[in-house]
Design a protein. Structure first.
Length: 366
């Protein structure tokens, strides 16, 4: 028997999971609490298919995709140009995603995606392996929409399971000026069409060699990489505090946001180092305390401890991330120095004394 315990509640928040946004909306409606989500926003930003449709309406390019359903008709499969990425329409963080290079792998990947989809829906897209990856992050406050951050994302493509997982990101993006000139106003109009007045929104883009942008994977919630850490450190506002204020008062209570907001990060360079682990049991962690004490490190979010296991199911997803290390520097030289320091002193070993850390991003290509 379960005993229901009622608490006095002052407000409701949602974290970093898309799947919780709809529940957040319904709970706030039932309790008559402030809620930044709208029904239209939930429809658009928690379904990859709905997001693709609204992008088309606002003249924002999306990843080329192929018509395919669970029947896997031979006529539809014949039109597919491999490689392709298959993923659930209602999941994220790499869960349920796999790359197929032939028909056999495609059929396996469709079934895999369906097992990770609550709606039992999937989509199959062109695998954008030759493109750069970019993240944009918007803050919406009292009806005003601000592009708050843009980052270049670097992924690990050496694993033959799941999908490429991010191993690092750099702010501001080298494509920020191009994005502001070509896409930003269209994205603002898209956001306005969902009737959002408050909240945070992150969207990823592929950028090809001709600097064309292809939108994918929106998130109407705090972003898992936590760019709000940089916004608090550099631009002096914190999306977490804003969302708490809204939950309690119906206002984000950030009156100077138009002055503080700067997606160029006031000339600073921010670098997030994602430390990914191979499969195994962690028996040794060293160097992390020295990293935390460095003046250029503003935060470290550690997810694994000694004795914990990285299992097969975690590979190819963000669940294999040991930690994210947040660095803020003034120039490229400082960026390279702190990055090399992390690589040199951080050691994570399994029970056999073997290195568990996957490859880092190539700092010379940033």
């Amino acid at each position: 028997m379960f005993k229901l315990i009622l608490f006095d509640l002052d407000g409701v928040l949602v974290g970093v999971a898309d799947i919780l946004v709809a529940s957040y909306f319904h709970l706030c409606s039932k309790l008559k609490f402030p809620c930044y989500a709208t029904e239209k926003a939930i429809q658009v930003f928690t379904s990859k298919n709905e997001f693709r449709s609204i992008c088309d309406l606002n003249h924002i390019d999306v990843i080329p995709y192929f018509k395919l359903d669970e029947k896997l008709n031979s006529e539809d499969i014949a039109k597919i140009q491999f490689p392709v990425l298959t993923k659930p329409v209602d999941n994220g963080a790499g869960v349920g995603m796999k790359v197929a290079y032939n028909e056999k792998e495609l059929i396996e990947n469709v079934n895999f995606a369906l097992t990770h989809s609550k709606r039992k829906e999937f989509q199959t897209e062109k695998y954008m392996s030759e493109c750069d990856d970019m993240l944009v992050y918007y803050t919406i406050s009292d009806g005003n929409i601000y592009l708050s951050a843009a980052a270049d994302r670097y992924t690990n493509k050496s694993q033959d399971v799941g999908s490429p997982v991010c191993i690092g990101s750099v702010y501001p993006s080298k494509y920020l000026n191009n994005y502001l000139a070509v896409v930003n106003q269209r994205m603002i109009e898209l956001i306005m069409s969902t009737k959002i007045l408050n909240g945070v929104l992150n969207i990823q883009f592929f950028v090809d060699k001709n600097k064309n942008f292809y939108a994918y994977d929106p998130g109407f919630r705090l972003q898992g990489e936590a760019p709000h850490i940089y916004l608090n450190n550099i631009n002096d506002f914190d999306n977490r505090s804003m969302l708490i204020n809204f939950a309690l008062t119906s206002s984000t209570n950030e009156p100077d946001l138009n002055i503080k907001n700067d997606p160029f990060f006031k000339g600073k360079i921010a670098t997030t180092v994602w430390v990914l682990l191979n499969q195994g049991k962690i028996s040794k962690i060293s160097g992390l305390d020295d990293i935390k004490n460095d003046n250029f490190i503003i935060d470290v979010i550690q997810r694994f401890k000694i004795g914990e296991i990285v299992n097969t199911e975690m590979l190819g997803t963000e669940r294999q991330v040991f930690a994210r290390i947040y660095c803020v520097v003034n120039n490229k030289t400082e960026q390279k120095n702190i990055y090399e320091k992390i690589k040199q002193i951080l050691q994570i070993e399994n029970e056999l004394g073997e290195n568990m850390i996957l490859d880092y991003m190539d700092i010379n290509k940033l």
